[in-house]
Ligand binder design. Structure first.
Ligand SMILES: [Fe+2]
Ligand SMILES: [Fe+2]
Length: 236
């Protein structure tokens, strides 16, 4: 199946003085173009939005405009909150809440919407969520995919600047339970797919920064990723 991932929109109603590269104020135009291209050109089977939909967690009033664009997608979409978004309870008052488990074409998708933040813009997975991940993935005959905002990869193999606490332990549990892919955002430069031999991890670059990129790839029923491409989203 073909999957599109974009992340880090940082939608705002004014230019970002502290981070001028983040063009959150033109997100409606960027999304207009990206959604048109996904619908007309790339035809993904699933679109994942990996968090930081808005720039200011207090501005949940801006979420409906993002959702309005996402709802134009002809493919199912799955959006999770990032550290710039309101917490999940508030976030999902405005954004369609994905199912706890989404099975599509022999692949199980597990969105993690409440992984707590850690100092340095890092994250953690609680023991309860670890259990849920292991149980959900182990119970499924095919590969599973973990989706979270902060890059989750085995230390030493990834190039992202942010990480999960106890990432080694989480990656071991992924490997043993059948999680074959870890999809994130958060690191605005993105992270190309890296594999420790069993689990592949990647992070989408920020859609709000030129050239407004998103990711496109194929994922087969063995959890193998192919035809990985970065698309310049707003390019004509
Ligand atoms: Fe971000
Ligand atoms: Fe973030």
């Amino acid at each position: 199946m073909r999957i599109a991932v974009f992340s880090d929109l940082h939608y705002s109603d004014h230019p970002n003085a502290g981070h001028p590269r983040r063009r959150g104020e033109i997100v409606p135009e960027i999304l207009e173009r990206v959604v048109d291209r996904l619908n007309g050109e790339f035809h993904p089977d699933l679109v994942i939005c990996a968090g930081d939909l808005v720039d200011d967690p207090k501005r949940s009033d801006l979420l409906p405009e993002v959702v309005r664009h996402l709802k134009r997608l002809r493919a199912p979409f799955l959006a999770i909150p990032g550290n710039h978004d309101p917490l999940s309870e508030e976030f999902y008052c405005h954004v369609p809440r994905p199912p706890v488990v989404l099975d599509l074409d022999g692949i199980r998708f597990l969105p993690f919407t409440d992984d707590p933040e850690r100092p340095g813009w890092n994250a953690a997975r609680t023991p309860e969520e670890m259990d849920r991940m292991i149980r959900s993935a182990s119970a499924f005959p095919g590969p599973s995919v973990s989706i979270q905002h902060v890059p989750l990869y085995r230390p030493g193999v990834g190039t992202a600047r942010y990480h999960y606490e106890y990432a080694e332990t989480i990656l071991d549990a992924m490997r043993d339970s059948g999680v074959r892919l870890s999809i994130s955002g958060h690191d605005h430069q993105g992270m190309r797919p890296v594999s420790d031999g069993r689990v592949t991890a990647l992070a989408a670059p920020a859609l709000c920064e030129e050239p407004f990129p998103f990711l496109l790839f194929e994922l087969d029923r063995n959890g193998l990723l192919s035809d990985f491409r970065t698309i310049e989203g707003a390019a004509r």
